[in-house]
Structure formats: C-alpha cells, structure tokens
Design a protein around this ligand. Structure first.
Ligand SMILES: Nc1ncnc2c1ncn2[C@@H]1O[C@H](COP(=O)(O)OP(=O)(O)OP(=O)(O)O)[C@@H](O)[C@H]1O
Ligand code: SF4
Ligand SMILES: [Mg+2]
Length: 335
C-alpha cells in the first residue's frame, strides 16, 4: 500500500537558552497508509503532542527537529513537513490538526459560523451561498443543531465544541487528520459518541486518522493500529488486536494490565515509578529503571525497533534482532 506519511529517524527537542534541551522525540520511525485509524498511546510527557505538532508542520521555537525526515506523500507529490509554504497550502485541505484543547483552535470572540467560513474560504472556491449551505448541512451531518453556527465557543458544551472542531477538520475531506486527545475531558457517553463520529467520518471519506490518547481503552475501541510511545520513542507498534492479545514490550504489558475491566472488582496493577526527565533521560533502554525484566545490557544499549512478527514491531532486548550480526547502531526499522 502506498504510504501517506513517513517518519524516518525523527528526533526533536525543546531548546531554551541556559537550559538542557528536552529530548521530546528520539529516533521515531513509523509510517501511515491511507484509510486507517492509528492510535498513539503512552503516559503523560512521552511526546505524543510533540509528535503531532511536528507532523502538522507547526514547528515553532523552542521546538525544533534535530534529525530525521518527515514527509507527506500526496498524489505522488512529496512534501516535507519543514516546508512551511507547502504545508500551509495543504493544511485543512489535505491534512488537518486538532490540538489537545478544542478551545485553542477556536477564537473565543468570533461566532462558530464565521470561523468555519474562514476555513472553507481559504481552500474551497465556492460562492457565499454555496459555502453557507454546505456548512449548514455538514454541521447537521455531525449531529449539531444549526444554532451552533450563531454561537460563540464558550456557549457550547465540551462535546459540542469537539464536534465543531472535528467538523472543521474534516469538512474538506483531508487525507490525513491528526487528532490530539479528542475525547479527553468529556464524560463517557459523550466520549463514545465523539469516537463513533470520528470512526464514521473516517470510513465515509476514506481518511487516515492519527489519534493521540493516553487511554488504552480508547485505542482498543477505535484504532486499527496502535503505536505505544515511551519517553520520546516508539516502544511497540502493531495492529491493535494483536497488541492487546499479546503485548510484547514490558511497558505495553503493564499499560494493558492496568486497564480496568468490566465487572472486575479487583484493583488493577498500576505501573510503578515515573517516566524519566527528558532533559536527562537514562542511558540504554529508557524504560530500564522501571522494567521488571531489566538485564545488565539494557542499562547500556538502547534497543532498536525490530519487526518480530508481520507488522508487529518492538524495541526491547528480550526480542533479539533476526540478524544478530547487525550492530545495534543501525537505523531502526520503520513500522
Ligand atoms: N513548550 C515546551 N517547552 C519545553 N518543554 C516542553 C514544551 N512542551 C512540552 N515539553 C516537554 O516535552 C516532553 C513531551 O511533551 P508532550 O506535551 O509532547 O507530551 P504528551 O505525551 O503529549 O503529554 P500529555 O499526555 O500530558 O499531553 C515533556 O517532557 C514536556 O515537559
Ligand atoms: S530492553 Fe530491557 S529494560 Fe528495556 S523493556 Fe526490554 S527488558 Fe526491559
Ligand atoms: Mg499531549
């Protein structure tokens, strides 16, 4: 299948004068193909939002790419995310980004209808009447009453605001939608309906959605594939069903074991210890101070991401590289 987005050896830092750089992403490798929902999971501070910022081309100081290559592949055209001019041409139309808080996308002092119109006017060359009619019908399509178009963002509930942002992000049928925690802060019922909406639109328009959530339960419900991040790197990635059936990385195993289960009264085990400070991460495998299976080797050598089963990649010394003659410093595989 042709790739829609490729991430090769991506490392990015937040660098401020006088402070040690925060290594928010280290040697991240994976790719997206058309028409899939890929979940990005991991604890707070592991680099999920940073990854989406880089992919959307929103590279502002103190965030900068140190190494690697990230590119969109749109109908045979390759666009590097560092190409600000090209990225602004394709934003909303081919790729859209829903940041972590919907309030940060919406201008608080402008009515929703007007903000929606800006997105459309910048990319679709329609008459005013056509634009208004299409926006009204799309708003209805995502389950919102027409009156939201006359409302200010603060007059809407969190769930309605999130639907508005999803509607804006998908109105022009982009090939790729980057959604950062689109359901966080919503109650369970609203959360479920927002996830259902994302899934329905994704199928209807054949889009690819890269969806960040710290909640593994959400990935289990909607993601076709899940990427588990730990301390700025990919720890494991696989089709979601395979990942939940047989997680390989000790971190993924713990994340899944800590999930509450329906009808299960027993207290689930949480992961002991805390994620590392990314301004001074531990050497070797970054998970080693918390890993129950740690070996001496883990404290020195960073495990590469290897494909242990078809489409199932893991970065852990428990799973040796197929060709042990390969030095550990070879570039990681791209999942
Ligand atoms: N503007 C910034 N300046 C400096 N460091 C930052 C900045 N934004 C994020 N970081 C740091 O970069 C690392 C990755 O942060 P990021 O926001 O990407 O994590 P996250 O996985 O999205 O976390 P959360 O689940 O809490 O949203 C963290 O160590 C964080 O403290
Ligand atoms: S490489 Fe070692 S420390 Fe890291 S997860 Fe695997 S076993 Fe644990
Ligand atoms: Mg985040």
């Amino acid at each position: 299948m042709p790739e829609l987005l490729t991430i090769e050896g991506l490392s990015a830092t937040y660098t401020r004068r006088g402070l040690s750089p925060v290594k928010a992403l280290t040697n991240v490798n994976f790719s997206l193909v058309p028409n899939e929902i890929v979940g990005v999971a991991g604890e707070s501070g592991c680099g999920k939002s940073t990854l989406l910022k880089v992919l959307s081309g929103l590279l502002r100081p103190p965030l900068k790419i140190e190494q690697g290559d990230v590119a969109l592949h749109l109908k045979g055209q390759r666009i590097a995310v560092t190409n600000a001019r090209e990225m602004s041409r394709v934003r909303w139309k081919n790729i859209s980004y829903i940041p972590q808080s919907s309030m940060s996308v919406l201008n608080p002092v402008v009515r929703i209808g007007k903000q929606f119109g800006w997105v459309v006017a910048a990319h679709a060359h329609l008459s005013r009447a056509d634009t208004d009619a299409r926006i009204r019908s799309f708003v209805e399509r995502v389950g919102l009453p027409e009156r939201v178009l006359r409302s200010y963002p603060h007059q809407l509930s969190g769930g309605m605001r999130q639907r508005v942002v999803i509607a804006m992000a998908t109105f022009l049928h982009p090939q790729l939608v980057l959604a950062d925690e689109p359901t966080t802060g919503l109650d369970v019922v609203v959360q479920r309906s927002v996830l259902k909406l994302i899934r329905t639109l994704q199928r209807e328009f054949g889009m690819t959605v890269l969806m960040v959530s710290h909640d593994m339960g959400i990935h289990y419900q909607v993601s076709d594939r899940t990427v588990v991040m730990y301390a700025g790197s990919v720890a494991e990635t696989a089709p979601t069903e395979a990942l939940f059936k047989k997680p390989l990385h000790p971190y993924t195993q713990r994340l899944i074991a800590s999930l509450p289960r329906l009808g299960d009264e027993e207290k689930r085990e949480s992961i002991t210890g805390s994620p590392p400070n990314l301004a001074a991460p531990p050497p070797g495998c970054r998970f080693h101070p918390r890993c129950p299976a740690v070996m001496e080797h883990c404290k020195r050598v960073d495990p590469p991401l290897i494909e242990v089963k078809p489409r199932h990649f893991v970065a852990c010394h428990l799973y040796p590289e197929p060709d042990s003659a390969q030095p550990a410093a070879t570039p990681r595989a791209r999942a």
